[in-house]
Write a protein of this length. Structure first.
Length: 280
């Protein structure tokens, strides 16, 4: 129960504010206009109403404003703005979704194959191409804001200890996220696996210092090229043989477009991007 002294303090705070203060109660403005109900018959003039200065609302005490901010200043997630992706964990102030990866710039041949993949399935599946192509080197984890500098420096040290290397793409495979809320079609890395595994183990060691989860034990390095909402593994797997044959033809016709030199590794945390060059 609030003591009488605390209540008096709140009343004092409310009453001591200057009339010149420009603070207002947060939220939409409420009109102070009122319909005039009648006229003064003796002087045939409208009834007088309070002036603007008399109607000016006093600001709420800061303690109340803080309570309002704590309750309402929370971000809202809109899945339709990012291909219906659903958060694996709730957003909390000071927590940043983060991961380490290799960015992949799509070649014309890869873009054409993605078109084939998306056209293969019925519209009811609503399979959509992924524009942010990358090879994950860690799970997506929750990082505290004050950890970011330390982790980014550690990832930079990893990059500077590595020589550039090549990877090749070759097999089509279906994946789901851990929550089974989304299904992906990916292209598996068929050359460069050992180097990728080495990097993930180094990243795991960095994450372990912050008690963050390590990468998958049965790591399957790949790029996710298309995805859909829900668990549609069986539907997508039903066309894997056909898609693999199509991919083989693309690779045979343009073999150089299905390999790439890895020259950087990237660390994304929230809306921050860090790019670290591998040594020559």
């Amino acid at each position: 129960m609030t003591s009488s002294g605390g209540a008096l303090n709140l009343l004092t705070t409310y009453g001591s504010s200057s009339d010149d203060s420009e603070e207002e109660i947060p939220g939409p403005r409420v009109s102070v206009k009122r319909t005039i109900g009648g006229l003064d018959t003796t002087e045939n003039k409208p009834k007088k109403f309070a002036t603007d200065n008399q109607n000016k609302r006093l600001p709420l005490p800061s303690v109340f404003l803080q309570c309002l901010n704590d309750r309402t200043d929370q971000p809202i997630d809109f899945p339709h703005q990012h291909n219906e992706r659903i958060r694996s964990f709730p957003h909390e102030r000071g927590n940043w979704a983060s991961y380490v990866f290799i960015a992949v710039e799509p070649t014309l041949s890869l873009q054409s194959f993605i078109d084939v993949v998306c056209a293969t399935f019925d519209e009811s599946i609503n399979l959509k191409r992924n524009n942010d192509l990358h090879v994950s080197l860690s799970k997506t984890v929750v990082v505290k804001h004050h950890w970011i500098d330390s982790i980014s420096l550690s990832v930079q040290s990893i990059a500077h200890s590595l020589a550039r290397f090549s990877i090749c793409f070759g097999d089509v495979k279906v994946y789901t996220n851990e929550e089974k809320t989304r299904t992906f079609i990916g292209i598996v890395i068929t050359a460069g696996h050992e180097t990728l595994l080495k990097i993930t183990r180094m990243v795991d060691n960095v994450f372990a210092d912050f008690k963050l989860p390590s990468f998958y034990e049965d790591a399957s390095f790949h790029i996710s090229i298309a995805s859909c909402v829900g668990n549609h593994v069986d539907v997508l797997n039903s066309e894997i043989s056909r898609l693999q044959s199509s991919l083989n033809m693309f690779i045979h016709s343009q073999p150089l477009e299905w390999s790439m030199s890895v020259e950087k590794i990237h660390f994304r945390t929230g809306n921050k991007y860090f790019n670290f060059n591998l040594v020559l």
